[in-house]
Ligand binder design. Structure first.
Ligand SMILES: [Cu+2]
Length: 104
């Protein structure tokens, strides 16, 4: 995994140009294309609608280092973009908190 120098994230978020790009384009896509980010796909059981997706997104977003969460309800796929690899137990706990079950 790529190590991120301290201060690198702040530099990214303090750059007004990157904010404008994020606002103009699809926000998740922009986040995933940043090379210092890690994106991991998870499989979540039990989601049936956008409300479920919102609940899962909200809980996972609270984990330290998470910058984007993309949910596909039909397949149960949850793509999580973060500044460092995430602890699987933390993701499982967040999904459980939302009322669903992490598979794997
Ligand atoms: Cu639902």
């Amino acid at each position: 995994m790529t190590q991120i120098p301290p201060g690198r994230m702040l530099a990214l978020y303090d750059d007004p140009a990157s904010c404008e790009r994020a606002a103009a384009a699809d926000h998740h896509r922009v986040s995933q294309e940043r090379r210092d980010m890690t994106t991991t796909d998870y499989s979540v059981k039990g989601m049936t609608c956008s409300h479920c997706a919102d609940a899962v997104t909200g809980e996972i977003s609270r984990i330290d280092g998470v910058s984007a969460v993309d949910v596909d309800v039909d397949s149960g796929r949850v793509s999580v973009t973060s500044t460092a690899p995430l602890d699987n137990a933390a993701v499982a706990a967040a999904v459980d908190e939302a009322g669903y079950e992490l598979q794997s």
